[in-house]
Design a protein around this ligand. Structure first.
Ligand code: AMP
Length: 302
């Protein structure tokens, strides 16, 4: 089953203690789409400017991503500049240039409207809502966000949250959204805002999955070298939603398995800058890493 993603398609400039990259391909929808493409057909909704090279769009298409929903508008593509210190879990945004994003009103191609799995990646929550207005009875809707929108567009974000099944966000964002320093309590408070489950991403400490009745933790892959954490959250979401859409089931076991696929895709993503690692994967490597994850989280009978 197909997955639709709306989010940013961007030029990123990133500095980490291990290197730097200038104006490389990034964006929440880009990372998500490439990660999910290993599991299921992906339809992308977004906008780029006249400065966006054809080769970037061609790369998405090579991964089977349908780019009929990627609009090209006069102006400049969205740009994000960020820096990470030794604590790679925390991105410091140095600059955000909205460019063509500023007045983007997405129009979904008719074929996209019945997509069963919808992911509202990190983008203006008003744009997330406009996409939700255009899809017909999706089976599963999840969304992501970030501090930029939590602080700048809280009301629109709360309106989006009332209409989604799952919210995925990182720990600092969960605290900011819930206005609560304790992560578990922040998660519980977010569940009262609409979603029936929340996945809190904790970088190298893995993810926490919370519903009103249950709780599940998955570790991050124990990597010795992490070059660039940019896009890890979106790669997680792509692996998670892609695995769910491929499998078709939404029961607790399917969700847990999808969390391991998401964790595997995030772990590959941080091994190099931009989408370099994510675009060079084989299905066998993914399955092997998921099997390793499974060994990490399984305990023999106590
Ligand atoms: P992640 O590291 O998974 O949280 O996401 C990183 C991606 O988010 C980068 O590739 C950026 O281009 C993108 N990004 C950063 N700020 C924003 C924003 N305000 N809206 C949408 N996308 C953004």
């Amino acid at each position: 089953m197909s997955v639709l993603v709306v989010g940013s398609v961007a030029f990123d400039s990133v500095e980490t203690p291990f290197g730097a990259a200038e104006e490389v391909l990034g964006g929440s929808a880009t990372y998500f789409a490439v990660a999910a493409s290993y599991f299921t057909p992906v339809r992308l909704v977004g906008v780029v400017g006249e400065d966006f090279p054809q080769e970037h769009e061609a790369l998405l298409r090579r991964h089977g991503v349908d780019t009929a929903g990627l609009a090209r508008r006069p102006g400049r593509t969205f740009r994000w500049r960020g820096r990470y210190g030794y604590d790679l879990n925390e991105a410091h945004t140095l600059e955000t240039q909205l460019g063509v994003f500023a007045d983007f009103a997405p129009q979904l191609p008719p074929a996209y409207r019945t997509t069963p799995y919808v992911f509202l990646a990190n983008i203006d929550p008003e744009v997330q809502l406009q996409v939700l207005e255009q899809v017909q009875a999706p089976r599963f809707v999840a969304c992501d966000t970030m501090n930029f929108w939590i602080e700048g567009k809280r009301e629109a974000l709360l309106a989006t949250l009332r209409r989604v099944d799952y919210l995925l966000l990182n720990e600092a964002e969960a605290r900011a959204l819930a206005q609560e320093p304790n992560t578990i309590r922040a998660g519980r408070r977010i569940l009262q805002l609409g979603p029936r489950a929340v996945i809190i991403k904790r970088g190298e400490y893995g993810v926490l999955y919370l519903t009103p009745q249950s709780c599940f933790f998955a570790p991050a892959y124990p990597l010795e070298e992490v070059f660039d954490p940019t896009g890890a959250g979106d790669a997680f979401a792509g692996g998670f939603m892609g695995a769910l859409a491929r499998n078709g089931a939404l029961d607790a076991a399917a969700i847990k398995r999808a969390i391991l696929y998401g964790s595997a895709m995030a772990s590959f993503n941080v091994e190099d800058f931009s989408l370099r690692r994510l675009t060079r994967l084989t299905p066998a490597e993914i399955e092997q890493r998921v099997a390793e994850f499974q060994r990490f989280v399984t305990i023999e009978e106590l």
